[in-house]
Design a protein around this ligand. Structure first.
Ligand code: FE2
Length: 209
């Protein structure tokens, strides 16, 4: 007779953690993890050009930036899959030679007077954004990458970096910042080549609520 109350107690004790964990498990199974954050880095514009658009490949509308043309498209959503409209997406990156248009970049490689170096776009009702730029180039210590900063109403939502896939991103495995991201989610920082749109990378971004 004394065993039964003990078993009942064990069932009760075991059920408490299950009750606590189960709803969380169901929720997390349906949620998409947020895109990993990365450091802002030293080359975010000292004074971001609020008039900059989503085309980094020209400054005056006539000359074209040097480098391999690249289109970046993507969708911003939250962890529940809801499209995020009205998000300001800022990007900045090296020019086609591997230099930032920033006074603190003392690289010996040339500036490109036709490359804007910084762009911004606001997501539409479907959370979509698009940029026209050139392929970023490696510089000492870093694999090619594009910096991203997302904000809404002045509130910063995420700072991260997009890396290149395939052969173009062959140096990713030697990049300390890229490799510092947990291996299970590292691929989320790599743009996805679009078979039906050569020269286009898709970089979907998930932000925490
Ligand atoms: Fe950088």
């Amino acid at each position: 007779m004394s065993a039964e109350p003990a078993a009942t107690r064990r069932r009760f004790v075991l059920s408490l953690p299950l009750l606590a964990v189960l709803p969380w498990s169901l929720c997390s199974a349906a949620a998409t993890p947020a895109t990993p954050a990365q450091m802002l880095g030293p080359f975010y514009p000292l004074q971001p050009d609020t008039a900059a658009g989503n085309d980094l490949t020209t400054v005056d509308g006539r000359g074209q930036a040097l480098g391999t043309p690249l289109t970046i498209v993507g969708r911003v959503q939250d962890t529940a899959g809801r499209a995020q409209a009205g998000v300001l997406v800022e990007i900045w990156q090296t020019n086609g030679h591997g230099r930032y248009h920033h006074p603190h970049d003392d690289s010996p490689v040339p500036l490109d007077p036709n490359f804007r170096g910084y762009g911004r776009a606001t997501t539409g009702s479907g959370g979509d954004y698009r940029f026209r730029t050139v392929m970023p180039v490696a510089y000492p210590g870093r694999t090619p990458h594009v910096h991203f900063r997302l904000s809404r109403g002045g509130r910063e939502l995420l700072v991260t970096q997009m890396y290149l896939p395939g052969e173009a991103g062959r140096q990713n495995q030697r990049d300390g910042l890229f490799m510092s991201v947990d291996a299970a989610v590292r691929a989320r920082l790599v743009g996805v080549a679009q078979a039906d749109a050569p020269g286009t990378l898709r970089f979907d971004i998930v932000i925490a609520p």
